[in-house]
Design a protein around this ligand. Sequence first.
Ligand code: 5AD
Length: 338
Amino acid sequence: MNKIIEKAKFEHILSKDEIVQLLQDESINQELFKAADSLRKEFVGDEVHLRALIEFSNFCHCNCLYCGIRAENLCVDRYRLSSDQIIQLARQAYDFGYKTVVLQSGEDLAYKVDEMAQIISEIKKLDLALTLSIGERNFEDYKILKEAGADRFLLRIETTDKDLYMKMHPNADFENRKICLFNLKKLGYETGTGCLIGLPGQSLESLADDILFFKELDADMIGIGPLIPHPQTPLKNAENGSFELALKVMAITRLLLPDINIPATTAMETLNPNGRIMALQSGANVIMPNITAEDIRCKYEIYPNKANVNYKQLEAKLKQIGRQISSTKGYRKVRRSL
Ligand code: 5AD
């Protein structure tokens, strides 16, 4: 076995230089994917956790250069679901058998923290784990939402290259994003982060730094997706991020953080018709089906042609590869010996 892969597989530690070597070397890809798959099996098993995604508002005050729902995209038909609509969707998810709901929106300050807290405590009357993905808020807000019952929070760092971060996120504060992530950890959220693959000017060195940052944070979940340029954004002429490279960053993340939850992301499936299954066989153990109604979902276009999940088809495909849909909430099972 390649020496670096072997070291990562048994020690779960790599230097930046070793990570870059793995990212550069195309000849080790299959071996890397296989190693990540075997660690996935050993540490988190064959169950695939489904997280029902509810996109409850596409208003956003941010202007991320790559994102279709950025504030300056005036073509977006903006919507906000009411508290009752959000709770209703969560109930539907519960009735369908989902064990987790993810409430995701743009950075929309119209939902005051007390309103969010109320929505959360109402949903938490059901036997569901609840994940938030609503962007940067202050410590106090995160605390109130945690106390209302939120279990998890997703906030991708997007890139740890500060200069690139500042180019991609006008008026945003890179340090604050990191502070948010450490605050979430401190408050006891299962904390998810991740990065985009293929931002213009992004280097393999910076991707290695991203992976080391996941480890430094001791992230509980990592979502990695290739960039898919949106035609109504400043990055419209950029190239698609590389699917293979996204898969490699994901696989290395599994080697270094073997017990965490890693989704096969929608962006991967969007770029490759078999992307989800390939990701599930290269370290991933989570899928996030979108349960937002079709006529609303199409307005939440962070990138074009977002892939869907067909539940029956997914169930059959999982069976074919020896995996099952989990009937648990799928919290991170931390191995204390790590
Ligand atoms: N292509 C791929 N992923 C994107 N995201 C936003 N815009 C794009 C795009 N054009 C990702 C960001 C964000 C997540 C919700 O969607 O990483 O964190």
